[in-house]
Design a protein around this ligand. Structure first.
Ligand code: SF4
Length: 379
């Protein structure tokens, strides 16, 4: 029997349905799989009319999805924010996407891994309640396969409170590139990076580097605008994206360095009160997305870049929103909303992520310096 690995709170998740502050039944592509499509051809929503469910399906980018209404909501979502399909026919009629969201399951030769994605506000709440993300029976520590060992090492560094989030990301990426450049993955080399002295040396080396906060700010600004462009054109997530994107555009033309420095320092203080949440968020992202059944070392490196990019774009949009709000205090609601929006915006399949990275950066794998520029250093 395959071993099962889950985050220890996985089974406590429950959809809050009509109480959800940010339903997944809107502004999203809701895929309809083949079996569901066949079922829907024979199900009539209102007996009097020929209101068969397959009429609510359209083709988008070569896939079958539910056609959203003018408000960009799922047509089956009723006024009480409940699903008419579930009310009329029961859970069995839901498409695979709706039935499983926000759960994500990866099946490997020897194991099944279960995770929850941060595109759902209830999942963010659960993450926020954990001091530290733990996995079933500490199973991550018992892996023999080198790729799983590398992932366990990434998670261990990310959870090491001695290193700030930015430093942990830079350290992980340095190690990943080092292993990747050696072309073959050997257990002995992975073990070397578990050595305290080696980690300290790496941490000290980063401490001695110079970081330019304006370069990081400008790069984050540009990346966010690039990522938001399509969603803005399609008028998706408008209330979250448009105000911060307009501010980002104006800052991309000109900004007062002195003022931005002061604001960034104030913001960092506020943002640091969510350090634990973001550490958990990155750990979960590494667990869920850096290693999937088809992965090799190269794809792990590329996926880690994407995870770092997602984090920096979240941090940047939260900063812009905090600037607009002119509130000293950064609210949990704002933080949660932007974790959800950016996770939804950037939750592409690996193939699409690699295509984006190759198009935007000319090659799939970055130099270490680029990731360091993107993430910058706190303080
Ligand atoms: S986003 Fe999460 S809590 Fe909200 S409706 Fe979807 S699954 Fe339920």
């Amino acid at each position: 029997m395959k071993k099962e690995i889950k985050t220890d709170y996985y089974d406590t998740f429950m959809c809050t349905a009509d109480k959800c502050p940010f339903t997944c039944c809107q502004e999203w592509n809701i895929a309809v799989d083949d079996d569901t499509y066949k079922k829907w051809k024979h199900l009539n929503l209102s007996k009097q009319n020929n209101d068969y469910l397959d009429q609510y399906i359209k083709q988008k980018d070569g896939s079958r999805v539910i056609a959203l209404n003018e408000q960009k909501q799922c047509p089956f979502l009723n006024e009480q924010k409940l699903c008419n399909l579930v009310l009329n026919f029961g859970d069995e009629v839901l498409s695979e996407t709706c039935a499983s969201f926000p759960r994500q399951i990866h099946e490997f030769a020897d194991r099944k891994e279960y995770s929850l994605v941060s595109c759902c506000p209830e999942v963010v709440d659960l993450m926020n309640q954990q001091d530290k993300i733990c996995f079933t029976n500490n199973m991550l520590d018992m892996d023999e396969d080198p790729l799983f060992q590398i992932r366990a090492m990434m998670i261990s560094i990310m959870q090491d409170q001695r290193f700030s989030i930015s430093k942990s990301v830079m350290m992980i990426y340095y190690i990943l590139l080092d292993i990747y450049q050696k072309k073959s993955v050997v257990k002995k080399e992975i073990d070397e990076y578990k050595d305290e002295a080696v980690l300290k040396e790496l941490s000290d080396a980063i401490d001695n580097m110079q970081f330019n906060r304006f370069d990081t700010f400008e790069e984050n600004n540009e990346l966010f605008l690039d990522m938001a462009e399509n969603y803005r054109k399609q008028e998706i997530y408008t209330s979250y994206l448009e105000p911060v994107a307009v501010l980002a555009e104006s800052l991309s033309h000109d900004y007062d360095e002195h003022n931005i420095t002061i604001q960034l320092q104030k913001f960092e203080k506020q943002f640091s009160s969510y350090e634990n949440l973001f550490r958990n968020y990155i750990v979960l992202d590494i667990f869920t997305n850096s290693l999937i059944p088809e992965s090799d070392l190269k794809s792990m490196v590329a996926m880690f870049q994407w995870i770092a990019m997602e984090y920096t774009i979240m941090r940047h949009t939260i900063f812009l929103n905090w600037l607009l709000d002119q509130q000293e205090e950064l609210s949990y609601k704002t933080v949660r909303n932007y974790i959800v929006v950016i996770s939804r915006m950037m939750g592409y399949d690996q193939e699409d992520i690699f295509e984006y990275l190759e198009k935007s950066f000319e090659k799939l794998i970055w130099e270490w310096g680029y990731l360091a520029l993107l993430i910058g250093m706190e303080g």
